[in-house]
Design a protein around this ligand. Structure first.
Ligand code: TIU
Length: 243
């Protein structure tokens, strides 16, 4: 391995080392249904402001990642308009009057193509960035994410988004079983429940990093800035022939 191309980010339980060419930023479910008032998250009785604090840190990390020309992948949780990929138990869980697939303030709840299902404008994907539509909590379940990562040669992931203990945690566990290293920046992930957020992160980094690493976005930005602004070593010029 060419160690000149390895970035080192301070993290727990120990520094996370990655090669920019083989590490993707995976942003989980930063959708209007989860983050905006009137969406599915709020409908479940949750306080969306707990998630909105992650928007700024994600914006800064995304901007730096894009500026360095590195791979970004987004995910969205949601279902086909005919709901054939919606497990009946997921449809009725919670015994709410309005559930997934029903009309909500931002269109049909968690249905692909509806306004609420889309990614928030602050973190909107650019055309070359794959968007993975997932029917479950984990981004690998019933999606082509693993194939896409393999084709791109990606072996490590920086995982951000919402919610810490649900879709982020499930995805990190799935990634771990498929052989990917994951770093989760704590300020870029959020939960409606602060105590679940804290425990969700502890579960990832416990036991020597049983599922991965936990850090923060400032440390990643520092590592990127150091690496990409470092003056490149000039090749020694050929000695001139004297006549
Ligand atoms: N993306 C994600 O985490 N989906 C959820 O439904 N999360 C909740 O915490 N409800």
């Amino acid at each position: 391995m060419n160690t000149k191309n390895i970035l080192v980010v301070e993290a727990e339980p120990y520094p996370f080392e990655f090669s920019p060419a083989t590490c993707a930023l995976l942003i989980i479910d930063m959708q209007r249904d989860f983050l905006e008032p009137g969406g599915f998250g709020e409908m479940l009785g949750n306080d969306v402001s707990q998630l909105r604090r992650t928007i700024g840190p994600n914006q800064r990390l995304l901007a730096a990642w894009r500026a360095a020309g590195l791979q970004v992948i987004h995910t969205r949780e949601g279902h086909r308009p005919d709901l054939t990929d919606l497990p009946p138990v997921k449809k009725i869980r919670g015994r709410s009057k309005t559930t997934i697939g029903d009309s909500g303030p931002m269109g049909r709840i968690l249905v692909r193509g509806e306004n609420g299902h889309d990614i928030i404008p602050e973190l909107y994907p650019l055309p070359p960035e794959p968007v993975i539509d997932k029917p479950g909590k984990g981004a690998f379940y019933a999606t082509d994410l693993h194939s896409i990562l393999q084709h791109l040669g990606i072996r490590q992931l920086i995982v951000t988004g919402v919610t810490t203990e649900v879709c982020v945690n499930t995805t990190v566990r799935e990634a771990n079983d498929r052989g990917y290293d994951c770093l989760v920046p704590a300020d870029c992930v959020g939960s409606y429940f602060p105590e679940f957020h804290d425990m969700g992160l502890k579960m990832i980094k416990a036991q020597g990093g049983i599922f991965g690493w936990v850090g923060d976005s400032a440390k990643i930005l520092t590592a990127l800035a150091f690496h990409f602004r470092r003056p490149q070593k000039l090749k020694p010029s050929k000695p001139r022939r004297t006549p």
